[in-house]
Ligand binder design. Structure first.
Ligand code: SAM
Length: 314
């Protein structure tokens, strides 16, 4: 069994930093928009601020707030951007920050890569705050829920009327059972959802599959779209203002079904309605088979192994 005391400091704080190329590409999507207030809820060494600066956007915003729990990292960012009066770096637990500013502050753009920390690795006070954030928005709280889920829920609450959120998050949002309440919450609280997936791994040092999640508030409900890219170079062709949204069902179901296009979906529905076909579940049970657990032999890294264990439980 892996104990909390044996886990690396990097893992306990979920500190896997975003490559600058990805941060640049994400920021560029919002470069032409009218953005006055920005929040980075867990800024690490400040790569998203660097990306904003690369595009000369820091001078255009009225206020940017960056939060980071690790004092050394927060200090680095504060020092690097000390000449920008509009930037405030808070050395604080984001959950405390959220409780402090909720109802007082709102943000037009919330950007980042929230920490991927298993429930077991959170402090008791963080577990309580995480549960509070989830249950106060009609979601269940349990020991399978990773910290990034509460981050995304809290950040959606902090968006302004037409605010936008762009997060790098684990690809498991698409299908794991522990994120089913989250999928419904996002469907109910955002007008448009764009998910960008990658064929190749975009984090060079970890095997974690990630997606870029973009959520937009607004009156006109549009739905969900999934954009499949091979790698980061696909951003060059992406225009957020284009359509291509499918109607999002307000249910907890997996989002993997949105990978099919309208034509493929109608074929599936046709086959489902065809009495010549029966559901496999009428004949058998589909389940995970016996697993050896010998991850070393199968060259599964610690990260994917943990993900696998989680999906097995779910
Ligand atoms: C995945 S890293 C991302 C850092 C940066 N946003 C980036 O994209 O490179 C997550 C960061 O969250 C910070 N963190 C972990 N728990 C936090 C919390 N409760 N509040 C604020 N920051 C936290 C970690 O120290 C780490 O720097």
């Amino acid at each position: 069994m892996r104990l909390k005391k044996d886990s690396s400091e990097q893992k306990l704080r979920g500190a896997y930093y975003t490559p600058l190329q990805l941060a640049d590409a994400m920021v560029e999507l919002f470069a032409s928009q009218n953005i006055s207030t920005v929040l980075e809820p867990s800024c690490g060494d400040g790569v998203f601020l660097d990306a904003l600066q690369n595009l000369n956007l820091l001078n255009k915003v009225d206020k940017l707030t960056a939060v980071e729990i690790e004092p050394d990292e927060a200090d680095k960012v504060r020092d690097r951007y000390s000449e920008f009066e509009q930037i405030e770096v808070c050395t604080e637990d984001f959950f405390d920050f959220y409780n402090r500013v909720l109802g007082k502050e709102q943000y037009d753009l919330i950007l980042g890569n929230p920490p991927y920390i298993r429930y077991q690795y959170l402090k008791e006070s963080q577990r309580e705050m995480q549960s509070q954030i989830l249950t106060s928005h009609g979601m269940k709280a349990n020991k399978l829920i990773n910290a990034w889920v509460a981050f995304i829920v809290a950040c959606v609450q902090l968006l302004s009327e037409k605010g936008k959120i762009a997060f790098v998050i684990p690809a498991e949002i698409l299908q794991v059972a522990y994120a089913e309440d989250l999928r419904l919450y996002l469907a109910n609280n955002l007008a448009k959802i764009t998910l960008i997936t990658f064929e190749q791994l975009v984090f060079p040092d970890i095997e974690q599959e990630v997606v870029v999640f973009i959520g937009e508030k607004g009156e006109e409900e549009k739905g969900i779209r999934i954009i499949e890219m091979n790698n980061l170079s696909g951003f060059a062709q992406l225009d957020l203002s284009q359509n291509g949204f499918q109607k999002l069902q307000h249910v907890k179901e997996k989002w993997t079904k949105y990978f099919v296009n309208a034509e493929e979906m109608s074929l599936i529905q046709e086959l489902r309605a065809d009495k010549r076909f029966a559901q496999f579940s009428e004949y058998g049970i589909i389940n995970v088979g016996i697993t050896t657990g010998n991850n070393g032999y199968f060259s599964i890294t610690e990260e994917t192994s943990e993900q696998y264990q989680l999906s097995e439980v779910t």
